[in-house]
Design a protein around this ligand. Structure first.
Ligand code: DGY
Length: 376
């Protein structure tokens, strides 16, 4: 039994499951209880050290629900496996904090929580885009500081998004939802950079253009960029939606920043290290017309020196998926991944995760990112 700061739910359950942070809602706990789990929850908001997690795992632990702030490296994953662990479940869609190769070698399934934060994160991305383009943070600080002495023709002139070109890097679920929002809301033309052509985006824009034509309006453009460079040179707003891996670390560096339009807007709600943050600080300092909106940082929760001094940058504390509905849904999926595996349920084969939020969920395990381990 771990030391203080841990509470126990369903103490009589036979499968011991650790949860490294308190989670919102009740359904997640009901799922684990129904699967015969004794649930031990850490009530501290402090980031746990790996040694504390190892100590909490002990000799007997079937599953852990962990957070993106924890580094689940080979040692920690091996410790869970040695304690009888059947799954590590990340309460996030991203899993760059997990050594997936090691988990797969060790034979430990890794769960994540896709499909329930798509629109929520797309909305945060849209909010950051508008805030950066229209200087919302800067203007609010000015007002709160008592500097507003009345309307002026030239006060806080921002950038109009209507009819401009949107560049979306990574046309997965969130990038696609964000692109649809910005195209419909601001009639932006789309250029996207993605490994594959997005049939969904192409279909969406064709259908939307058919509607615009019936209204006698100009259709919107939509094309896949040949290269990231081409997108960066063309777009007025660039939004990053790539997963973090070795090939996307510092994808936006000083060289690529210098290719962007001097008055462009750069938005990052993916993972901090996708952008070379020190290079971004220098770029924003040298180009006051450039704007950035960041929800994620290279060394969270720390920010690179100079970032908070810049008026042309809008900063959020990694709240892309922070709505009550989404966080309860993420907790439910993370727990259902554990329950599903412990009950021996097969892997869910559809994209739609909403059935798992019902009181009577499918008898399946929602999302395992290394499903090959289940075949062994
Ligand atoms: C995720 O799920 O990967 C997000 O970053 C959490 O909001």
């Amino acid at each position: 039994m771990p030391s203080k700061n841990w509470i126990i739910r369903n103490p009589g359950g036979k499968n011991r499951v650790l949860v490294t942070k308190e989670l919102p809602g009740q359904l997640w706990l009901d799922r684990l209880t129904a699967a015969g789990c004794r649930v031990e929850i850490c009530t501290s908001t402090r980031l746990l050290r790996p040694s504390e997690i190892r100590e909490a795992i002990g000799q007997n632990c079937r599953a852990v629900i962990g957070q993106l702030t924890e580094a689940w490296d080979r040692q920690l994953l091996a410790c869970l496996k040695a304690a009888g662990g059947r799954i590590y479940s990340n309460m996030a869609v991203g899993f760059n904090n997990v050594d997936l190769e090691a988990a797969t070698e060790i034979g430990l399934p890794v769960g994540n929580t896709p499909g329930v934060l798509t629109e929520t994160t797309a909305e945060t991305t849209a909010a950051l885009t508008l805030a950066a383009a229209r200087r919302i943070g800067e203007a609010e600080r000015f007002l709160r500081a008592g500097s507003f002495t009345g309307w002026l023709p030239g006060l806080f002139l921002g950038k109009l998004l209507w009819g401009q070109t949107l560049g979306v890097v990574g046309a997965g679920r969130i990038g696609t939802a964000y692109a649809k929002t910005m195209l419909q809301g601001h009639r932006m033309n789309l250029v996207y950079y993605s490994r594959r052509r997005s049939a969904e985006l192409q279909r969406f824009v064709s259908a939307y253009n058919a509607f615009l034509r019936t209204e006698g309006q100009e259709p919107l453009g939509c094309r896949r960029a040949e290269s990231l460079e081409e997108l960066l040179q063309t777009a007025d707003v660039v939004s990053l939606h790539t997963p973090l891996n070795d090939s996307t670390r510092h994808q936006i560096d000083a060289r690529r920043l210098s290719m962007m339009k001097t008055g462009a807007v750069l938005i990052n709600t993916s993972r901090g290290p996708v952008v070379d943050e020190a290079a971004l600080v220098a770029h924003c300092r040298d180009n006051p017309e450039f704007r950035a909106g960041l929800d994620v940082f290279e060394e969270e929760p720390d920010l690179k020196p100079g970032l908070t001094d810049l008026e042309n940058v809008v900063l959020l504390p990694h709240i892309g998926s922070a709505t009550g509905w989404t966080r309860r849904a993420m907790a439910t999926l993370a727990a259902t991944n554990c329950a599903g595996l412990l009950l021996g349920y097969p892997l869910w084969s559809k994209d739609d995760m909403l059935p798992f939020l019902e009181q009577d969920p499918p008898r399946a395990t929602p999302s395992i990112v290394n499903p090959e381990v289940l075949k062994k």
